[in-house]
Design a protein around this ligand. Structure first.
Ligand SMILES: [Zn+2]
Length: 313
């Protein structure tokens, strides 16, 4: 009986399809490098295969600046199920300062040259938790500047927002008619933030960082299913045992033993380095909190993501 029901569960689970909208697969951890030290061979292929084996059919590789956007595109050319975003993260907007017009044109050209791979502008936005990397006024200036990329290309937005929802929404409102829409990823804001993003018609991306506290869970619960997207933000934002959402996880992936990076072996995952296949855990938490059927919810999130980032496929 137990055997049959677990077989049935496997069969059902294999039907679920995911799109990870936030996969930082250009991160050097996937080449085995951690804080400048080489710890193991590159295992990016294994990471991608584990994602595929668990129903992740597409992954959006985030570009955090011009260089990283180029790398994301390179990866997307190598793997047919990977796609790229092009843009400059709020913490890196100082890169614009030396020659803003050139930096902007380089981003724009990169998109024009790689239309097959690039599915969004981003990640960009505002991050007031980390103004030590880039001051508020610089962040705001080049966030607004990059909205021109959206208008020029017609691409949707992949937005990053930390402790800055009011300013972010105000800027988006001002330019709303020029923008096709998009998602605020890695959302961890208040109910008020949630509602102002929804009012704009934007989607909200949920990962482990969005599910840390009971308050996070309560805010997430009231995101309508037709405005929800799932992501991992890997290698960051894994769901940790101390997080409020952790108790709802069903998939523990015993088939992938987790080892310390110094002891890594082929076929193993690295402790505390997140990967796209854990998107299923994000779904499990969201479904449990919303008291919804995981399959139905997975399908809604998949369809939402398709409609915004892959309208032609
Ligand atoms: Zn982000």
């Amino acid at each position: 009986m137990h055997f049959r029901s677990s077989l049935l569960r496997r069969a059902q689970q294999s039907i679920m399809k995911f799109i990870d909208i936030g996969a930082n697969l250009t991160d050097l951890m996937y080449t085995g490098e951690y804080n400048g030290s080489k710890r193991h061979d590159s295992d990016l292929k294994d990471v991608i295969n584990r994602a595929r084996d668990n129903g992740v059919v597409k992954m959006m590789v985030t570009g955090g600046n011009l260089e990283e956007s180029k790398k994301a595109i390179e990866l997307a050319k190598e793997y047919p199920d990977l796609y790229a975003t092009v843009g400059c993260h709020p913490t890196r907007c100082n890169e614009f300062i030396e020659d803003p017009e050139k930096y902007y044109q380089d981003l724009l050209q990169l998109i024009y040259d790689n239309k097959e791979q690039v599915v969004a502008i981003g990640e960009f936005g505002l991050d007031y938790d980390r103004t030590k990397f880039c001051e508020k006024d610089v962040q705001m200036k080049y966030f607004e500047k990059q909205l021109d990329l959206c208008e020029a290309t017609g691409l949707p937005l992949f937005l990053h927002c930390r402790a800055a929802a009011q300013d972010l929404v105000d800027i988006l409102v001002k330019h709303r008619s020029r923008l096709r829409g998009g998602v605020v990823h890695s959302f961890d804001g208040s109910a008020e933030d949630r509602d102002s993003i929804l009012k704009l018609g934007f989607y909200i991306g949920i990962n482990g960082c969005s599910l840390k506290t009971e308050e996070n869970l309560a805010v997430m619960k009231d995101i309508p299913n037709d405005k929800l997207m799932l992501e991992t933000d890997c290698p960051w934002c894994e769901v940790r045992p101390s997080h409020a959402g952790h108790k709802f996880i069903k998939s523990k992936f015993p088939e992938y033993p987790a080892l310390d990076k110094k002891k890594w072996k082929e076929g193993c995952v690295v402790k505390s380095r997140n990967e796209p296949h854990t998107i299923k855990q994000v779904l499990e938490i969201v479904a449990a909190v919303k008291e919804e059927d995981p399959e139905t919810l997975a399908e809604s999130c998949y369809n939402n993501t398709q409609a915004v980032f892959f309208p032609e496929s």
